[in-house]
Write a protein that binds this ligand. Structure first.
Ligand SMILES: Nc1ncnc2c1ncn2[C@@H]1O[C@H](COP(=O)(O)OP(=O)(O)O)[C@@H](O)[C@H]1O
Ligand SMILES: [Mg+2]
Length: 246
C-alpha cells in the first residue's frame, strides 16, 4: 500500500536531451504539507524535473508518482491534482484581473457561483479590489505574481509546483509571496518550489541542492548548516560551490 503521507516520490528519475543529461537519477520523497525547496543555478535541471513531475515531459528512465499517480501512465489525472506556476508568467496580460480568474476557473471546471466566490476571496486576500477591472499588464509585478499563485490554486490542488515564482520582484513582494505559501502549507497543501535565491531556501522545511542534473544535498536548512558548520545557507552554498565546483 502507498503511504498517504508521501505525496511525491521519485526513484532515479532521469531525463536526457540527446546525449545531454538534464536530470540525473534524482530520488526524493516529499511529505504532505511540506515546503520542499529546490535550489540550483541556471541550467541545473530544476524546470526539467518540475515538468516531469507535472506530467508535461516524459522521463528517459526512472520512476515517479505524484499524489499516488504514475507520471508516465497517469499524467492526465496528475494535472487535476496539481497547481503549477511556471517560471514564465502564466496570466493573460490583455485580460482584466477578473477575466483572468474567470478564464482559469473555467478551465478548472468551476461553476458561476464558485467563480464568483473565488473572485471575492482572491480580491480580499490579496487586497485587489481596486484592481479587479484593470488590465493585468498594468499590475505591479509582485501583485501579478500573487495573482498567478491564486489562479494556480483555484481548484484547491493538494500539491503546488512553483518554478522560480519570485524572480524579478523586490524583497518586500517576495516576503508577501512567501506568507501566502506558508498559509497554504499550513492548510495541508504540499509546496514544491524552485529558486535560485539562497536566502529563500531558509524558508523551506526541507531543501535539495541540485547541480548539473544531480542532487548533491538534501536535508533541512538547519541540518545542512550544522553538518557543514555554517551560520547561513549562503555560507553552506558557498562552501559547496568551492568543494564541489558548482
Ligand atoms: N527541450 C530541451 N532540449 C534540449 N535541452 C534542454 C531542453 N530543456 C532543457 N534543456 C537543457 O537542460 C538543462 C537544464 O535546464 P532546466 O531544467 O531549464 O534548468 P533550470 O530550470 O535549473 O535553469 C539546460 O542545460 C538546458 O539547456
Ligand atoms: Mg528553470
Amino acid at each position: 500500500m502507498k503511504s498517504p503521507d508521501i505525496i511525491v516520490k521519485t526513484e532515479n528519475l532521469t531525463r536526457q536531451f540527446g546525449r545531454f543529461t538534464a536530470v540525473n537519477q534524482v530520488s526524493i520523497r516529499i511529505n504532505r504539507g511540506e515546503i520542499f525547496g529546490f535550489l540550483g543555478a541556471n541550467g541545473a535541471g530544476k524546470t526539467t524535473l518540475i515538468r516531469m513531475l507535472c506530467g508535461l515531459l516524459k522521463p528517459s528512465s526512472g520512476e515517479a508518482t505524484v499524489a499516488g499517480l504514475d507520471i508516465k501512465r497517469e499524467s492526465e489525472k496528475i494535472k487535476q491534482k496539481i497547481g503549477y506556476m511556471s517560471q514564465h508568467f502564466s496570466l493573460y496580460n490583455d485580460l482584466t484581473v477578473k477575466e483572468n480568474i474567470e478564464f482559469y476557473a473555467g478551465i478548472y471546471g468551476l461553476n458561476r457561483k464558485q467563480i464568483f466566490q473565488k473572485q471575492n476571496e482572491i480580491s480580499k486576500q490579496l487586497q485587489m479590489e481596486p484592481y479587479l477591472d484593470s488590465r493585468t499588464s498594468d499590475l505591479p509585478l509582485g501583485l501579478k505574481q500573487r495573482l498567478a499563485l491564486a489562479t494556480a490554486l483555484l481548484h484547491n490542488p493538494p500539491i503546488l509546483f512553483l518554478d522560480e515564482p519570485t524572480s524579478g520582484v523586490d524583497p518586500r513582494a517576495r516576503r508577501s509571496f512567501w506568507e501566502l505559501i506558508y498559509q497554504k502549507a499550513a492548510q495541508g497543501t504540499t509546496i514544491f518550489v524552485t529558486t535560485h535565491f539562497i536566502d529563500e531556501s531558509e524558508y523551506c522545511h526541507r531543501l535539495s541542492i541540485m547541480d548539473n542534473g544531480r542532487m548533491i544535498a538534501i536535508d533541512t536548512p538547519e541540518s545542512m548548516k550544522k553538518r557543514y558548520k555554517k551560520k547561513s545557507m549562503q555560507e553552506v552554498f558557498g562552501f559547496l560551490i568551492r568543494e564541489k565546483g558548482i
